[in-house]
Ligand binder design. Structure first.
Ligand code: SF4
Length: 338
């Protein structure tokens, strides 16, 4: 029976996509071993479809028996390494019950008890770099890379992504007059305004681009409202699974999204992306991890960032971080990339 390396990443889809460079590196490091990923329910299909993992185990955060089931399944395998990218107490407890040769995670009081090796979680660094640190104990090349300095500056959208830490996109997406717009986000304050999306869609259609609005079933309504205001645009939201949506991204010449999972989907597929940032800022570490991307944001507001993820309502009640971003700015960013 082949040995199995396990990655625990039970965060939202965007964070899981940002784990892809690390998943690829683990496959490269241990070519004869299997890679298993423990992820949030509903997110495993695309990892298998894209051949990023050999096995996926989905857990439901509110359901402790789902963790127990996965624990039993994993402990029936020959586990070599466990890489715990997710930092919650629940994930640490879960890892403590796994039988593996070596468990690696981020340093914390509980982490010293659970893991055989701990690494630093560098808040100042881009998330992909923070995630790569988990490989330091097993990868001499990663250790060599971390001798270098300047990772903090990579949060700047104009800083080139180092090849070693990139998504390794081998083929450039073909030029296309089709634009995908994802107006949704799990967090309401991370959504740019509907008026903004309408205006930029009008500008694009006026220039001869075909515009599709995409998203999950929960985002169908917002997509329909926006599309109804811009004749000739189409709603694809709610029709496809996450895996199918990711597969469809290369059909588009460019993606416009909020600071959310679709921006990272576009990067993963090598499609240029314009991302609107509001309550979050680039120094939180979640820039689109590509050299073919632009970020549009209001850099003059002291209240940004107002949280690590965004909120359901603007804590100040005005949501100016998003309202002050204009369609002209977003369209200009689109033109820079096309
Ligand atoms: S507090 Fe500021 S950054 Fe946060 S949602 Fe409101 S306007 Fe945006």
């Amino acid at each position: 029976m082949a040995q199995v390396n396990v990655v625990i990443q039970t965060a939202f889809l965007g964070d899981l996509i940002l784990s892809i460079p690390v998943l690829k590196r683990i496959k490269h490091l241990f070519p004869s071993e299997k890679l298993a990923v423990v992820c949030k329910k509903g997110l495993g299909e695309f990892l298998l479809q894209e051949n990023l993992a050999d096995m996926v185990f989905e857990v439901e955060k509110s359901n402790s028996s789902s963790y127990k089931d996965v624990q039993l399944k994993l402990n029936s395998l020959d586990l070599n390494h466990v890489f715990c990218i997710h930092r919650s107490v629940r994930s640490l407890l879960f890892v403590s019950r796994l039988n593996a040769r070596k468990k690696i995670g981020y340093s914390s009081v509980a982490g010293f008890w659970v893991f055989d090796d701990v690494v630093e979680y560098d808040k100042k660094y881009p998330d992909v770099i923070r995630q790569f640190r988990i490989l330091e104990p097993v990868d001499s090349e990663v250790r060599k890379e971390f001798l270098k300095d300047g990772f903090e500056s990579l949060n700047d959208i104009h800083s080139p992504v180092p090849d070693f830490f990139s998504f390794e996109i081998s083929s450039k997406a073909a030029a296309s007059k089709r634009i995908a717009i994802f107006p949704g986000s799990v967090w309401a304050t991370k959504r740019w305004t509907e008026e903004g999306f309408i205006k930029v869609a009008e500008m694009l259609t006026a220039k001869g681009f075909s515009v599709d609005f995409l998203g999950g079933p929960d985002e169908k309504e917002i997509c329909e409202r926006i599309a109804a205001a811009v004749p000739g645009t189409h709603v694809q939201a709610g029709k496809y699974s996450i895996a199918e949506t990711i597969k469809s991204i290369p059909n588009y010449g460019l993606v416009i999204a909020n600071d959310s999972a679709p921006a990272h989907m576009a990067v993963y597929k090598g499609v240029p992306v314009v991302t609107v940032f509001g309550p979050t800022t680039l120094d939180l570490g979640f820039r689109p991890w590509s050299n073919n991307s632009r970020v549009v944001q209001n850099t003059t507001m002291d209240c940004r960032p107002c949280g690590a993820h965004g909120h359901d309502k603007c804590p100040l009640g005005h949501h100016e971080c998003m309202k002050s971003v204009s369609a002209v700015q977003v369209f200009a960013a689109v033109q820079e990339l096309l």
